[in-house]
Design a protein around this ligand. Structure first.
Ligand code: NAG
Ligand code: NAG
Ligand code: NAG
Ligand code: NAG
Ligand code: NAG
Ligand code: NAG
Ligand code: NAG
Length: 569
């Protein structure tokens, strides 16, 4: 595993030199020993290439925001459900005036004009040529080429900042963080185009009705028009309206034939609707939100390639939603990366953005990844946690698989799906809401896998849902898809339907879910999955067990029990 020593080195200040443009000392701010797996340096970046850089300033009081997040998300709190406003969260996240003036004066000295790109003004963006960036940050930007995709990206392994900016700045991006999303669901890429009959035993394929029976999900239509379920999309994928129509006609014939979804485009996202070009991931996510969350308004939020970078795309999406008064109450994302691809400050910056959106009342769900304990690294020698699942302020969704021998309304069982990623963060410690669960699981392991994972890290996933053999219509073809990419939309739909009922009853939507899910009432409303394992890195992976485990988390949803647990009668 890449050694993660950048902040450590910055703290020691091992490096101090003077530059011609600025006489102040420079300190190494971030460093990584080697590029992210798969990338090799193929020479210096052209000196006249223009870089679009983001400078993120440290928040003035992130601990304050975290305590507010708990206050509105813990069912035991007297302020449960009293979500914050964007102005409230900005007060915690905005930089101190000292930090802002240090950065502003440095920008002026270097004749750089920057624009704030976050609501709290904590992230500024500017463009400079590689030559200027090399000199300002005492670095050498290089071209890195990915060995399998041939994709090129300009990055560096280390950069420095003037000493007076050290405390003010969280990170400059893109520098040492590499962007390598796991986009593709683990799928048979729609091999056939045969009509899939509904299998009443749910033995060969998972359809909407299987999920409704299995989890007790209501088929009646939601009533609230302002309870939006957001579906994140990247990689220029779009979902085709005709594909959805075909899917619903086959698998939800009881829904109105006019049932559609809204589209929002950010960073140059596209929605061409060209037949045959729909993305499988996008189709899966739309089929199992529009199809499961009956009548809930679904918004497909496509973040395009303008910033050439997934991490920036993640941040841009959250910043856009923070400012959007009709922001979704639930957001599901089936994209992510290995935690180690991001540096700690970048992972923290993203996580802080999720804390803000959570405090505003949005439940943020991420697929945990499809590589078992290996994440995306199939040559791993230690387990590879995935991001943003390891951020404590998101809900990470793993996959289960139904044991199908005798599928009846009251008799089914699930095991953890072998691909379901889970494990422990190297960046974020286990938060209070799960500390007891994580400690108990780790102590049950004894010495098994000692040294392969971090015993103090945040455990993921938090919960799970069915994720195997989902029938999908994409590009006018029908096929089967498996992955945590399937599970996250299902769990998100369950939460969206609960929110619909809560709002109809004059209550708040659920917002950040984890303090509720890990509470005695929350966990009792989940189906504990106690069998299965997630192999990887030459091991058989972790076991699903009684209680929380790093394969299926606390388990899968039981809608009738969740209804009661959230206070609906
Ligand atoms: C919340 O309150 C319940 C009962 O009132 C208690 O059992 C539970 O431990 C409390 N949880 C936390 C996180 O304080
Ligand atoms: C993205 O890449 C294109 C082509 O290399 C380049 O012209 C553009 O400036 C880049 N955008 C950003 C925000 O870096
Ligand atoms: C549930 O199904 C299993 C087979 O999968 C069967 O052995 C068991 O008897 C069934 N239980 C009930 C209560 O139907
Ligand atoms: C399946 O479950 C039903 C109802 O519980 C039971 O009558 C039947 O025998 C079961 N079949 C098998 C093969 O277990
Ligand atoms: C293990 O996780 C903790 C956070 O819980 C972190 O501070 C520490 O650096 C991690 N250790 C390694 C070796 O990554
Ligand atoms: C979709 O496929 C069917 C055959 O499976 C074909 O009849 C129909 O014309 C196709 N629709 C489009 C829009 O290509
Ligand atoms: C998983 O369970 C099997 C069977 O009980 C056991 O042999 C193995 O040691 C367990 N592995 C871990 C990592 O707990």
């Amino acid at each position: 595993m890449v050694s993660l020593r950048f902040s450590f080195i910055a703290a020691l200040g091992t490096f101090a030199i003077a530059t011609p443009t600025d006489r102040s000392a420079l300190l190494v701010h971030e460093h990584r020993a080697q590029p992210a797996r798969g990338f090799v340096s193929t020479g210096p970046a052209p000196s006249d290439a223009e870089l679009t850089l983001r400078i993120a300033l440290n928040p003035n009081n992130i601990a304050g925001l975290e305590s507010e997040l708990y206050a509105v998300s813990d069912p035991n709190s007297s302020r449960y459900g009293q979500h914050l406003t964007p102005e409230d969260v900005a007060e915690y996240v905005k930089p101190t005036s000292d930090a802002l003036s240090a950065v502003t004066s440095w920008l002026q000295t270097n004749k750089i004009s920057a624009t704030a790109i976050s609501p709290a003004g904590d992230v500024l963006q500017f463009k400079i040529p590689v030559s200027q960036a090399n000199s300002l940050f005492n670095t050498e930007f290089s071209v890195f080429t990915h060995s399998t995709t041939d994709e090129t990206t300009i990055r560096t392994l280390q950069y420095s900042l003037p000493v007076e900016l050290s405390a003010a700045v969280a990170y400059i991006h893109p520098t040492t963080t590499f962007s390598r999303p796991f986009a593709a669901p683990k799928s048979q890429p729609l091999p056939s185009n045969s009509k899939r009959d509904i299998d009443p035993t749910c033995a060969d394929i998972t359809t909407i009705s299987c999920l409704q029976v299995e989890y007790g999900i209501p088929t009646t239509s939601a009533t609230q028009t302002n309870n939006v379920l957001g579906v994140s999309a990247y990689d220029n994928e779009f979902a085709n309206f005709n594909d959805l129509k075909q899917f619903l006609a086959e698998y939800r014939p009881d829904l109105p034939a006019t049932t559609k979804f809204d589209v929002e485009l950010l960073d140059g996202g596209s929605n061409t609707q060209i037949t045959g070009f729909a993305g499988v991931e996008a189709s899966l996510d739309i089929d199992y939100t529009v199809g499961v969350a009956s009548g809930v308004p679904v918004k497909f939020i496509s973040v395009g390639p303008l910033n050439n970078d997934t991490v920036s795309g993640f941040l841009d999406q959250i910043n856009a939603l923070i400012s959007d008064p009709s922001r979704p109450t639930v957001l599901t994302t089936s994209y992510g990366a290995d935690e180690e691809d991001m540096t700690l400050p970048v992972a923290q910056g993203l996580c802080n953005a999720y804390a803000q959106l959570g405090a505003l009342g949005t439940s943020i769900l991420f697929a945990s990844g499809d590589g078992g304990v290996a994440g995306n690294d199939f040559e791993c020698t230690t387990f590879v946690p995935t991001a943003p699942s390891t951020c404590p302020w998101v809900t990470s969704i793993g996959s289960s698989q139904t044991i199908l021998e005798n599928f009846t309304k009251n008799n089914f069982s699930e095991i953890g799906a072998a691909f379901s990623s889970g494990g422990f963060s190297n960046y974020f410690e286990a938060p209070a809401y799960q500390k007891g669960d994580v400690d108990a699981y780790i102590s049950s392991l004894g010495d098994t896998y000692s040294g392969l994972f971090n015993t103090t890290g945040r455990g993921f996933p938090d919960v799970s849902a069915e994720g195997v053999n989902f029938v999908v219509v994409s590009g006018n073809r029908t096929g089967l898809v498996s992955g945590t990419s399937a599970s996250s939309p299902v769990f998100a739909s369950v939460i969206a339907l609960l929110n619909d009922e809560l709002i109809a009853a004059g209550k708040s939507p659920l917002g950040f879910l984890n303090p509720f899910l890990y509470s005695p009432a929350g966990r009792a409303a989940l189906n504990d999955v106690t069998d299965g394992k997630n192999p990887g890195c030459g091991t058989s992976g972790f076991n699903a067990t009684v209680g929380w485990d790093p394969v299926t988390g606390l388990g899968s949803p039981n809608y009738p029990k969740l209804r009661t647990a959230v206070g609906l009668s």
